[in-house]
Design a protein around this ligand. Structure first.
Ligand code: CMC
Length: 444
């Protein structure tokens, strides 16, 4: 198969190829789409109609699955923009709920616009009382992410008045419910796992504060949320809020493309996020650092990561899109020093180990050649641990934050007039046509 651009300044790409089957060579003109930023995109929608060929792209390394105005990443330069605003500015100056509004609505809110949004999120934070019963169906030692998948999916059985995805008002209510209830569901998953009573949300507390309150307070004593921890959590939530068409967001879009309700779509997103190659990496990083234990053992683990016959990978390193330092990891690295200092953990052995591991990996030819840099998950676990959050909750917090990105992307998809059900094709390499034979005729 050969291909060439006839005219790079022109908006059509001319593609010539020989399919390797009778019929000779084929030619097709494909429109070239140009976004505001980022590489050009070949519009292959008519390719199959015109040539009878599909494209083949496992892992979607060269495929733009949708048009979006929400988030832009330049992986070569390490740039991440939400609605045009750099992540560094948002992490430093904004709040998680303001970023949620920005992602969903497209603009930073005025004070007048933000107040009703903030209030709506606050007022939707309580769960239907019968949902509490749902938790007791789980084993006491269930992973909180397993509980999240189940309970978030179950929301569709409780909130029938916000399931009609064709109604913008119902979509909005479902979105607010999801953003509001995620911290409550997450904190309850934790409380269940440690055998403590569930705590109700408090309307006078901010989003991150409320989550910490529901996780750490008990009915037996007053609990005051540490503002350093609440601010750090708010920043972490901002850093995880959205990340373009990553695996879980694509899962949400694909589930939503069939018309599934938003609660079911979010449950699908949570299930995908749980994997260690995605959001599950933050928990895996901490486990890895504990397993390494001492800086003398770092070379052993670096060698394992480089060994093709060993499935071990340096967790928190590498990214499909970033071939440069992940900008979220830069913010988190700095935040790590600040938060640990403010909390009085000046010398955190895991932070020292992580810094040393990062230094050694970044100087290693294998990691340099493959452009493997620390990603967002590399430092988040260390801050979480200093904040007193157990490692089983790391990915849960990622899910709480990413819910706003999933919702913004889901809403954008529903409102897109060109939206179709997602239905990839395949390169079939199985048997050719053959006929059924009874047991007696089958070879042993
Ligand atoms: N340690 C060692 N080698 C690695 C690593 C790593 N962490 N990541 C990639 N490589 C190697 C990989 O073996 C491959 O080598 P080769 O070309 O010789 O076969 C090459 O780098 C490219 O890797 P890939 O798996 O083809 O790249 P990908 O874009 O499909 O995977 C990734 C990206 C994030 C899944 C992968 O880098 C990885 O598994 N990292 C560790 C898990 C992790 O930290 N995940 C969090 C990602 S960021 C947050 C999020 O998405 O939730």
């Amino acid at each position: 198969m050969t291909s060439r651009f006839l005219d790079e300044d022109h908006e059509l790409a001319h593609l010539e190829f020989t399919p390797g089957q009778p019929g000779g060579s084929q030619a097709v003109n494909l429109p070239i789409l140009q976004g505001t930023l980022g590489p050009s995109v070949l519009d292959i929608r008519q390719l199959y109609n015109e040539t009878g060929c599909f494209t083949y792209d496992p892992g979607y390394t060269s495929t733009a699955s949708c048009e979006s105005k929400i988030t832009f990443i330049d992986g070569e330069k390490g740039i991440l923009l939400h609605r045009g605003y750099p992540i560094e500015e948002l992490a430093e100056k904004s709040t998680f709920l303001e970023v949620a509004y920005l992602l969903m609505e497209g603009e930073l809110p005025t004070h007048k616009e933000f107040q009703p949004f903030d209030q709506s999120i606050t007022l939707h934070s309580m769960l239907h009382e019968q949902l509490r019963n749902f938790y007791s169906g789980f084993r006491r030692d269930a992973h909180p992410m397993a509980i999240m998948v189940g309970v978030v999916g179950a929301l569709s059985a409780f909130y029938h008045d916000s399931l009609d995805i064709r109604d913008p008002q119902q979509r909005m209510i479902a979105s607010h419910r999801l953003i509001a209830k995620m911290p409550t569901i997450a904190a309850m998953a934790y409380k269940y796992s440690i055998g403590q009573p569930f705590m109700y949300p408090q309307n006078h507390l901010g989003y991150a504060e409320n989550f910490l309150y529901m996780m750490f307070s008990t009915p037996t004593a007053p609990y005051v949320v540490n503002p350093i921890v609440a601010n750090a959590l708010d920043k972490i939530l901002i850093l995880h809020a959205d990340h373009e068409q990553n695996a879980s967001t694509s899962t949400v879009r694909l589930a939503g493309s069939s018309g599934a309700n938003p609660f079911a779509c979010m449950a699908a997103g949570i299930a995908c996020l749980w994997g260690p190659a995605h959001g599950g990496a933050n928990e895996a990083v901490l486990n890895m650092l504990k397993e390494i234990g001492h800086k003398d053992r770092i070379p052993e683990f670096i060698n394992r990561a480089k060994d093709k016959d060993d499935s071990f990978r340096l967790m928190g390193f590498g990214h499909r899109v970033y071939k440069h330092y992940d900008p979220r990891a830069s913010v988190l690295r700095k935040a790590c020093y600040e938060v640990l200092g403010e909390l009085g953990h000046q010398r955190d052995p895991l932070l020292d180990l992580a810094k040393e591991l990062e230094k050694i990996a970044l100087e290693d030819p294998y990691f340099i050649e493959k452009k493997l840099y620390p990603n967002v998950d590399f430092y988040s676990g260390i801050i979480f641990q200093a904040m007193g959050i157990p490692s089983s909750m790391f990915t849960v917090i990622f899910a709480v934050a990413r819910t706003v990105g999933w919702i913004a992307q889901w809403m954008e998809m529903i409102e897109d007039p060109s939206q179709k059900i997602g239905r990839p094709r395949q390169l079939y390499t199985g048997h050719n046509l053959r006929h059924y034979s009874p047991f007696s005729e089958r070879k042993p």
